[in-house]
Design a binder for this molecule. Structure first.
Ligand SMILES: [Zn+2]
Length: 344
């Protein structure tokens, strides 16, 4: 592994380091500078829906091409988590996903020295493509968690909009962990997340995967679930499998055996992932926007189905004591707090 990386780093010498680092920071699913979706596109249609459908949860289609019925919301606050960027209205998911996040938050607080989770985007109320930020997250089985520990105090809605992301990467160095921000608790949190059987993949920056490969001394059985990917240097992305009995949900093959600390990781440290596309003689073609008709047929029915009575009624655990009044204090639909720039 180490020699592979050294060799790859030698071959990258000819490339501009600044370009490579820059691309590493902006590529991936946190990319925000995207063209506004056209009216009628799937991004525009799903982005305009503020409430989920009634009825039992259904993930329809694939992580990157589908929609979601019967979603529930992660409560904006819990003892060991706080949901971020509430104005985006993307804290919706399958109950299995929301339950897993709550469990991870409790387990990590109890065992891993991680005080609580800051939870980023999960899915829109009816899933579907998002106007910005992600290719996946469409069927309620993906969730982003910040690599920043939860602060002690309960943040206001405004603080949750404004808190900047903290990269785990060193500035001005190629794919290198910044040891001033990265801690052993980060590593424990990732391996805790990977330990649950329903979690099939966790996307992290290649530098984070490399650090885990080099430094994790515990059980490595689930290390292969950590998948190197562009971006993902200030958050990680949890993907769970299609829950049992979910017809219509298209799963993904589980990761291959092994810890993934091999040439598939070394590839990220070579020039190929960062190479500019070869200049073409043909004029670049704008990719066609995804329309609702491109998604599974059942997604049209999901869009047409009646909504739940309120976001609160569809908040996970709303009927139990630990998720009541707190969630009402937070905006739940497309509201943007005064002074904030809308993200979508
Ligand atoms: Zn993500």
């Amino acid at each position: 592994m180490a020699s592979l990386l050294v060799r790859s780093l030698r071959t990258i010498g000819k490339f501009s380091l600044a370009t490579v680092i820059g691309m590493g920071l902006v590529a991936g699913d946190t990319l925000a500078q995207q063209a506004a979706p056209s009216p009628g596109s799937a991004k525009a249609v799903f982005g305009a829906v503020t409430l989920p459908t009634q009825g039992s949860p259904q993930s329809l289609g694939f992580y990157a091409k589908g929609c979601l019925a019967g979603a529930v919301a992660l409560p904006a606050d819990g003892p060991t988590w706080q949901a971020m960027r509430l104005s985006r209205n993307r804290r919706w998911g399958r109950p299995e996903m929301i339950g897993l996040l709550e469990r991870l938050s409790r387990d990590a607080a109890k065992n891993d020295g991680w005080p609580g989770l800051l939870v980023g985007d999960i899915s829109q109320p009816r899933g579907g493509p998002m106007a910005n930020g992600h290719a996946s997250h469409q069927i309620g089985l993906d969730a982003d968690v910040w690599l920043t520990p939860m602060p002690r105090h309960k943040m206001t809605a405004e603080e949750r909009e404004a808190l900047p992301f903290t990269t785990m990467l060193a500035k001005d160095k190629f794919l290198t962990i910044n040891d001033k921000v990265w801690t052993p608790a980060h590593a424990r949190l990732l391996m805790r997340a990977a330990s649950y059987p329903e979690v099939e993949r966790i996307f992290v920056n290649p530098a984070i995967k490399k650090r885990m490969c080099e430094a994790w001394t515990g059980d490595r059985t689930n290390l292969g679930k950590l998948r190197p990917e562009y971006g993902h240097d200030s958050h990680f992305h949890i993907r769970i499998r299609c829950p049992a009995g979910s017809a219509g949900c298209t799963g993904q093959a589980p990761v291959t055996a092994g810890d993934g600390c091999d040439k598939t990781l070394a590839w990220w440290f070579g020039p190929e992932p960062w190479a500019k596309p070869k200049p073409s003689t043909k004029p670049p073609q704008k990719p066609r926007e995804v329309m609702v008709s491109d998604l599974p047929k059942a997604c049209q029915a999901v869009l047409a189905a009646p909504p739940v009575a309120s976001a609160r009624a569809a908040t996970f655990g709303a009927k139990t004591a630990d998720a009541t009044a707190e969630t009402d204090a937070m905006p739940v639909s497309g509201n943007t707090p005064p002074g904030q720039i809308p993200q979508q």
